[in-house]
Structure formats: structure tokens, C-alpha cells
Write a new protein. Structure first.
Lengths: 110, 113
């Protein structure tokens, strides 16, 4: 069955550094991959979508890469700020299904 | 401001009781979804609707029911048949039913008394 792995341990980094989160998957060839941000007690917020034929996508301080050979996506936040502290979810999908990872909690400290 | 509104924020269910969670959107989106979130698990799909008056079961539909009588509304009923209902319930919508770029509500935390 399809499986998504995100680092369950929290990632703690210092303000101003680049945060890198990883999403690995197996037994699936998704048409696209999405990243969402979720704050405690709130619903996820869509951040970025990257398609299988795209290698990299950027939005302001965010960058996503998608390696279909390694079956891995990397999510980068450059010049991180305490306000970036949240849980980040990756989701793999196509028109028939969308599978969410368990998320990685990011803590940016001053 | 366009968005998705879920209510109530917190809900308590007694044994044998059915409860209904509300979800309303004013984004003019065709597709709507209900997910369940449990600690340490990814979001799991309960039901989804691609168009008014049509809906399909997701991965964990047992013990739940939905209706889609209006484009804006997609209420979820948690029936007494759902033996483990305690969870954070999230409603979402998307412009069309491609599972892309979901807009989520702020969620309803359901607990059992």
C-alpha cells in the first residue's frame, strides 16, 4: 500500500536559518505533491503544489523540490522566522485520491 | 471574505446520540470533503462530494453520513454506529474535484461524554 513518511520528530532551528523538511513516499506514482501548513487547533492552509514533471517550485521564501526517482520532496523555508513555527503536512495525489503525511513540527527560535 | 466555516468549534456526544457538524463555503467551489484527524495520523477521508446532490464514500465512511443539497453546504452526521468518534474533523473544498489546492475550515473537535 502507499506510504508517506515525514519526520515525526520536531525540527528546531534558529531564526534566519533555512529550514528543510522531508517527505518520502513508496508504492505510489503521484501526479502532484502538495505542502500545507497547520497551526494548533486550526485547519491546514495550502502553500504549494508541484507536479510530477516539475523539479522545483518557489513562492516568496518557500521552495519545494520533487524527485520522482528518489520518491522524495524537500520543502525549504529560507530566512526562517518564529512566525513560521507550525506543523507542515505533505500530501500526494491525483484526481482519484489524496494521501496526507503525519506532518513535521517546525519550531523557529529567536 | 470568502472561506469555509465550520461549526461548532467543540462538540460533545453522548452514548447512542447522533450529532451533526456543519460546513458552509462561499467560495463557489464544486467539490467538498470531510476529513478526520487523529493524533499521530495523517488526515483520513470520510466522504467527498464532486457536485450538488452527489457524494461518495472515502476511506473511513462507516458510522458517518452526509448530504449535499446545496452547493454551499456539506454537513456531516456522526452516528451512534461510529464507536470511536473522538477526533478533530476538518471540512475542505476545492474549485473542482481534482484534490488540488484544498481550502480547509477551522475544524470541529468532537469528544465523547
Amino acid at each position: 500500500s502507499q506510504k508517506i513518511e515525514q519526520n515525526s520528530e520536531a525540527l528546531n532551528i534558529q531564526e534566519g536559518k533555512t529550514a528543510t523538511l522531508t517527505c518520502n513516499y513508496t508504492n505510489y506514482s503521484p501526479a502532484y505533491l502538495q505542502w500545507y501548513r497547520q497551526d494548533p487547533g486550526r485547519g491546514p492552509v495550502f502553500l504549494l503544489l508541484i507536479r510530477e514533471n516539475e523539479k522545483e517550485k518557489r513562492k516568496e521564501r518557500l521552495k519545494v523540490t520533487f524527485d520522482t526517482t528518489l520518491k522524495q520532496s524537500l520543502f525549504h523555508i529560507t530566512a526562517s522566522q518564529p512566525a513560521d513555527s507550525a506543523t507542515y503536512l505533505c500530501a500526494l495525489g491525483d484526481t482519484d485520491k489524496l494521501i496526507f503525511g503525519t506532518g513535521t513540527r517546525l519550531q523557529v527560535f529567536p | 471574505d470568502g472561506g469555509i466555516t465550520q461549526s461548532p468549534k467543540y462538540l460533545f456526544r453522548k452514548e447512542g446520540q447522533n450529532v451533526t457538524l456543519s460546513c458552509e463555503q462561499n467560495l463557489n467551489h464544486d467539490a467538498m470533503y470531510w476529513y478526520r484527524q487523529d493524533p499521530g495520523q495523517g488526515l483520513r477521508l470520510i466522504y467527498y462530494s464532486q457536485i450538488v446532490n452527489d457524494f461518495q464514500k472515502g476511506d473511513i465512511a462507516e458510522g458517518y453520513s452526509v448530504s449535499r443539497e446545496k452547493k454551499e453546504s456539506f454537513p456531516l452526521t456522526v452516528t451512534s454506529a461510529q464507536k470511536n468518534p473522538t477526533a478533530f474533523y476538518l471540512c475542505a473544498s476545492s474549485l473542482i474535484a481534482t484534490n488540488e489546492k484544498l481550502f480547509f475550515g477551522s475544524g470541529t473537535q468532537l469528544s465523547v461524554l
